[in-house]
Unconditional design. Structure first.
Length: 465
């Protein structure tokens, strides 16, 4: 294992200008690829596809190989009460989201890919080293293996900094998970044209630019083990403190004992799982009361967060260059927010229990705010109202950036990500499903599966030192 792991991570995190490529050079590289890569994406009829079809008898959208994914209907019940219904993606396979890192000129660099997904709002985004479904690396599509796949296939040869199966968007996928990995490789690697080495600080800097760093990069890097059991009073913490501009974050990372947060967190999670009868039932799309399926897609009969459309796609430079597929098309932008405060010299973050229709184990921890596009102010609770007041008055903003969701299944879904600080004296009565926690508790829980949802993990990846 890499020596002094926390030190190397934090040094790279602070190294916004220490990469072997400058920030301007990387931005020019992405811009050049955007202008030289041919992309044609148009809505079409499912009848235009010789691969995808709508099975009206079973009420599902699938392809002739029964591979990749399918779309069916789902209804959710809690304690036998109907909650909602919608189309949902069924993709039970576990794919790879992985990043290779190594030390170059004494600083940890991460091998990042400039990748185009059909649903990306701006074509090229900074992506992990590997971003592959099981169908990709089993070559179901007939294309070539993803670049650098052999490193992850034979990960036992390298130091594994992070390896966990994590959830995808449970409002769109049913129990979908991917294997998030970070490998430390102590050897020279041939860098292909669509890849570049970047420090963690550079990637964090690019995360502040709208729609530049993709969702998969954010979820993987959120799992970097920063805490690692180092105590704030130890001699080792002395050379870590220098990397922090936010002294309250340092205390939140290294000072607090995990036992302060964990009993309450797991009590709330386990109470929900134990005392609520949560049931998700698959139903044919043609039996959904509020949705209509036709040759052009699946549409809700009332305002909804998304619809499904079929697309004819042509992208140069990919394993397969021309294909058709359905994509979930966003109807607007969601808002994901993380509130923070300093209490007794320690930075804390407000999280909530967030049940969703496709959650692997019925519920995960989510951010302070998770408003889908259809959310309106009349639905606000106490936390929502405080957050909305700060938004309206532009108070306490630490970060406000628009970032894309997964472009392989979603079309032009970009959401607003906000981190804001409130006063410790803010008058806010928390609902029972919310709690304030330390950064080290969250960082530790990302090392476990199915604890933090993807919206919370993505917001944690945006935190700066």
């Amino acid at each position: 294992m890499i020596d002094h792991l926390q030190y190397e991570i934090l040094k790279s995190w602070a190294g916004c200008e220490d990469g072997i490529h400058s920030n301007d050079e990387i931005l020019d590289w992405v811009d050049r690829l955007n202008h030289t890569t041919e992309v044609k994406i148009n809505e079409c009829s499912i009848y235009d596809s010789d691969f995808w079809f709508y099975d009206d008898y079973n009420g599902e959208v699938l392809n002739r190989k029964r591979s990749f994914f399918s779309i069916t209907g789902i209804r959710r019940f809690v304690n036998h009460e109907f909650i909602n219904e919608q189309p949902i993606i069924i993709q039970p396979e576990i794919g790879y989201l992985g990043i290779i890192c190594r030390k170059i000129n004494g600083i940890l660099h991460f091998l990042m890919q400039a990748k185009i997904e059909p649903g990306n709002v701006n074509c090229v985004q900074i992506s992990p080293t590997i971003q592959a479904t099981k169908s990709n690396f089993m070559r179901v599509h007939g294309g070539s293996l993803p670049a650098y796949f052999e490193y992850f296939e034979k990960s036992y040869r390298y130091d594994v900094l992070y390896d966990q199966v994590q959830s995808e968007q449970a409002s769109r996928f049913y129990k979908k998970r991917n294997r998030n990995m970070i490998l430390y490789v102590n050897e020279e690697i041939d860098v292909l044209p669509n890849f570049k080495w970047m420090t963690l600080g550079q990637i964090k800097f690019f995360m502040k630019i709208d729609n530049l760093v993709n969702m998969d990069t954010r979820t993987v890097l959120s799992g970097l083990p920063v805490w690692g059991g180092v105590n704030a009073e130890s001699e080792k913490s002395g050379y870590l403190r220098k990397f922090f501009h936010d002294k309250f974050l340092f205390e939140s990372v290294f000072k607090q004992n995990l036992n302060n947060d964990f009993p309450e967190i797991f009590q709330k999670l386990n109470d929900y799982k134990m005392f609520r009868d949560v049931t998700a039932v698959f139903v044919p799309l043609n039996q959904l009361v509020e949705w209509k399926a036709d040759q052009y897609g699946i549409t809700c009969k009332k305002p909804a967060d998304f619809c499904v459309r079929y697309y004819d796609i042509e992208i140069s430079g990919r394993e397969v260059r021309h294909w058709t597929q359905p994509l979930f098309k966003a109807s607007g932008s969601a808002v994901f927010g993380l509130m923070t405060k300093v209490e007794n010299g320690i930075r804390k973050y407000l999280i909530q229990l967030k049940p969703e229709i496709g959650s692997f184990d019925s519920i995960e921890l989510g951010p302070s705010i998770q408003w889908e596009a259809s959310h309106v102010s009349s639905q606000d609770n106490n936390v929502d109202r405080v957050f909305r007041s700060h938004m309206d008055n532009r108070e306490g903003y630490i970060l406000d950036v628009v970032l894309s969701e997964e472009g392989g299944r979603f079309y032009h879904e970009q959401n607003r990500n906000i981190i804001l600080e409130i006063s410790p004296d803010e008058d806010m009565v928390l609902p029972d499903t919310y709690l304030w926690v330390n950064y080290n508790s969250l960082n530790c829980m990302i090392q476990m599966y199915n604890c933090l949802n993807i919206q919370l993990r993505n917001l944690l990846s945006l935190i700066d030192l």
